[in-house]
Design a protein around this ligand. Structure first.
Ligand SMILES: NC(=O)c1ccc[n+]([C@@H]2O[C@H](COP(=O)([O-])OP(=O)(O)OC[C@H]3O[C@@H](n4cnc5c(N)ncnc54)[C@H](O)[C@@H]3O)[C@@H](O)[C@H]2O)c1
Length: 340
C-alpha cells in the first residue's frame, strides 16, 4: 500500500530553513542547466477575472529521482470568509515508480524558495563589492528576500526597503520585516549586522543601491532607466503572470539579461511586456541563472554593466525545496502518514 506523508505549515517551518532553501534552489537551477531538471509549461486558468484563479507549475528533477507539481489557488474574496487569499499545495512523486511521496503545505515553502531565487541572482550577478541592497515592495515576500541575500552576501551592510505604492516610508512595516529577517537568520544559525531602513524616495534609493530586488504585483513599471547607476544588479521577482511589469522596458533593453526559465520569462515574467513591445527579443536573454552557477555561461562581464535576473518561479524550485523539507520531516518524525 502506498503511504503518503502529509506535511503541515508547522511541520515544515520547524525544520526547513532559509539556508536549506538556498541550497535546494541552487541545486534545482544547476540540474535544470544540466538537463536533469525540467520545468513543464505552466497551466493558468481564471475562474473569474480579477477575483479567482489558479496555476499549476510542474516538472521533473531526475537528479533527485522526483517529479511533481505545485498548485496555487488565489481567491481574492477569501479574507471576507475568514480564509487565506492564497492556498499552495505541493505534490512530490518518485520518478522511477510514479509513487506519490508527500503532500506539503506549499505556502510555507514559497517564501523560502522565492527568497532564495532573488538572492541567488544577487549572489551570482551583483558586483563583488556590493554593499547596499534596495528591496522594492514591503509585503509578505520581502523578509525572505532580505534574509537569503544577507546569508549569500554577508558584505551587504545596508538594506533599504521602499514601497512604490505609498508616498511615505513604510517604517512600522519595516520593523516587522526586520524582526522576521532576524528570526529567519536565527533559524538558519546565521546572523547579520546590516542596517535595515524604510525609505520614501525611490529614485534616490535606486541611485544609491548596488543591488535591487523588486517584489511587487505592479503592472506599471516603477523603476526608470535613468534612475539606475551603471554596475547595478536587479533581481525581478514580482512579475509571475502576464501583464505584470516592474522595470521600464528601456531599462531591460539596456541590461544584460538572465532568467530562471527562458520560455516562461518571456511568456509571463519580467521580460514578457518588453518582448511584446519589441524592446527586446527572446534571444537577448544571455543565459538562465543555473547555467551561470554551473559555469557553462558567463554572468556579469563588466563592472559597469547593468544586470537583470528575472525569476518568475519554476516547479523545480518547489520540488527541490519540498524534497529537503520532506527529508528533514522524516528525520524528525514529523508529519502525518496516510495510506492511499
Ligand atoms: N516569482 C516568484 O516565484 C513569486 C513567488 C511568490 C510571489 N511572487 C509575486 O511577488 C509579488 C509580491 O508578493 P507579496 O506576497 O509580497 O505581495 P504583498 O501583497 O504581500 O505585497 C506587495 C507589496 O507591493 C506593493 N504594491 C502593491 N501594488 C503595487 C503596485 N501596483 N505597484 C508597486 N507596488 C505595489 C504593496 O504596497 C506591498 O508593499 C506578487 O506579484 C506575487 O505574485 C512571485
Amino acid at each position: 500500500m502506498t503511504q503518503l506523508l502529509v506535511l503541515s505549515e508547522h511541520d515544515i517551518t520547524k525544520t526547513f530553513t532559509i539556508a536549506d532553501a538556498i541550497g535546494a534552489v541552487e541545486d534545482a537551477y544547476v540540474q535544470k542547466a544540466k538537463g536533469t531538471g525540467v520545468a513543464w509549461p505552466m497551466v493558468y486558468e481564471q475562474f473569474a477575472p480579477g477575483e479567482a484563479d489558479m496555476d499549476i507549475r510542474s516538472g521533473e528533477l531526475a537528479g533527485s529521482g522526483l517529479f511533481g507539481l505545485k498548485l496555487t489557488a488565489w481567491f481574492g474574496a477569501n479574507p471576507e470568509r475568514g480564509l487565506p487569499e492564497i492556498f499552495g499545495t505541493v505534490l512530490l512523486c518518485d520518478d522511477r515508480t510514479g509513487e506519490p511521496l508527500a503532500l506539503l503545505n506549499g505556502s510555507a515553502l514559497t517564501g523560502m524558495r522565492t527568497g532564495a531565487a532573488g538572492a541567488l541572482g544577487v549572489a551570482h550577478l551583483a558586483r563583488k563589492d556590493a554593499r547596499t541592497l534596495l528591496v522594492c515592495g514591503a509585503g509578505h515576500q520581502a523578509a525572505f528576500q532580505i534574509a537569503a541575500t544577507l546569508i549569500l552576501r554577508p558584505a551587504i551592510d545596508h538594506v533599504m526597503v521602499w514601497d512604490p505604492r505609498h508616498a511615505s516610508a513604510p517604517v512600522a512595516r519595516v520593523e516587522q520585516i526586520e524582526a522576521q529577517v532576524a528570526q529567519l537568520l536565527a533559524d538558519a544559525d546565521a546572523s547579520s549586522s546590516a542596517r535595515i531602513e524604510a525609505v520614501a524616495d525611490g529614485k534616490a534609493a535606486v541611485g544609491a543601491a548596488d543591488a535591487i530586488i523588486t517584489v511587487t504585483p505592479a503592472t506599471e513599471p516603477f523603476i526608470e532607466a535613468d534612475w539606475v547607476r551603471p554596475g547595478t544588479h536587479l533581481s525581478c521577482v514580482g512579475a509571475d503572470m502576464p501583464g505584470k511589469q516592474e522595470l521600464a522596458s528601456d531599462l531591460v533593453a539596456a541590461a544584460r539579461l538572465f532568467c530562471d526559465d527562458h520560455a516562461q520569462s518571456v511568456a509571463s515574467g519580467e521580460f514578457e511586456v518588453p518582448a511584446a513591445q519589441g524592446a527586446i527579443a527572446p534571444e537577448d536573454i544571455a543565459a538562465e541563472l543555473g547555467e551561470v552557477i554551473a559555469g557553462t555561461a558567463a554572468g556579469r562581464t563588466a563592472e559597469d554593466e547593468i544586470t537583470v535576473f528575472d525569476t518568475s518561479g519554476i516547479a523545480v524550485q518547489d520540488l527541490a525545496s519540498a524534497k529537503t523539507a520532506y527529508d528533514r520531516a522524516v528525520d524528525a518524525g514529523l508529519g502525518t502518514a496516510v495510506n492511499l
